[in-house]
Design a protein around this ligand. Structure first.
Ligand code: PEP
Length: 258
């Protein structure tokens, strides 16, 4: 039990065109409008591909839906000759509330370092959006028992240069790479071990208020059937959901985590 508002964020990855996006958000909004459940307990966020954002904005604004949205990545640059990149200013203009930075797929396939992730997080916050800063170890690191130290080093690097007041408003997502898209969910105790270590580290580096405010998500094969045990842990404030966020019923079930 904490004062932190639970956050359920659905990362669609490279799935769904803009028409399919509208369809899914409409279905999700329908699910969330079921008064038999208290969906207002969590902030619900969808994170579609860039090309869907304008359509999602129009739908969410037009129908005043209780769904927020964000982007999966952002450029480190403000503007200019960076073909193919999308700036934080463009995303803010589209009404994005959140920006995922440093997802393990970006770190792995696009060689994103903590310094790059940090620069992206600063860009997002600078334009008034909340970065969801992803960290987490791969299987070899886990098997070597180095997962806490490895993840804390990513936290240190990715959050460099933020003030304690800024950190209090950020979101960190702990996503063990071996649990992403594999069906291999970390146990609630595994999630709590690392999430509590992250909060303790922030208390050391940025103080108690920053640690108390920071929301820490777990990500990795979260489903409606396993979310309750994970969310019962003190230092888990929400989930970053991949595959299961592509179905309105399943993601709705995750949003009924309590
Ligand atoms: C993710 O991509 O952030 C993720 C957690 O994926 P999945 O839920 O599919 O494991």
């Amino acid at each position: 039990a904490s004062a932190r508002t639970p956050l359920m964020a659905g990362n669609w990855k490279m799935n769904l065109n803009h028409q399919e996006a509208v369809h899914l958000v409409q279905k999700l909004a329908w699910t969330l409008s079921d008064k038999r459940h208290d969906y207002a307990k969590a902030e619900v966020v969808v994170i579609p591909p860039f090309t869907d954002l304008r359509s999602v904005q129009t739908l969410v604004d037009g129908d005043r839906l209780a769904v927020k949205y964000g982007a999966q990545d952002v450029s480190v640059h403000e503007s200019g000759a960076y073909t193919g990149e999308i700036s934080s200013g463009m995303l803010a203009k589209l009404g994005c509330s959140y920006v995922v930075v440093g997802h393990s797929e970006r770190r792995e396939y696009h060689a994103e370092t903590d310094a790059i992730v940090n620069a992206k997080a600063h860009r997002a916050l600078g334009d008034g959006m909340t970065p969801i800063v992803c960290v987490g170890e791969g299987l070899e690191v886990r098997q070597a028992g180095e997962h806490v130290a490895y993840t804390l080093a990513q936290v240190d690097g990715s959050l460099a240069g933020f003030t304690p007041e800024q950190v209090a408003g950020l979101v960190v997502a702990y996503e063990p790479v071996w649990a992403i898209g594999t069906g291999e969910v970390a146990t609630p105790d595994d999630a709590q071990e690392v999430c509590s270590a992250i909060r303790a580290r922030i208390a050391e580096t940025h103080g108690a208020d920053a640690a108390a405010g920071l929301r820490i998500l777990y990500g990795g094969s979260v489903k409606a059937a396993n979310v309750a045990g994970i969310m019962a842990k003190d230092d888990v404030d929400g989930c970053l959901v991949g595959g299961a966020s592509l179905q309105a019923d399943e993601f709705g079930g995750i949003c009924r985590f309590y």
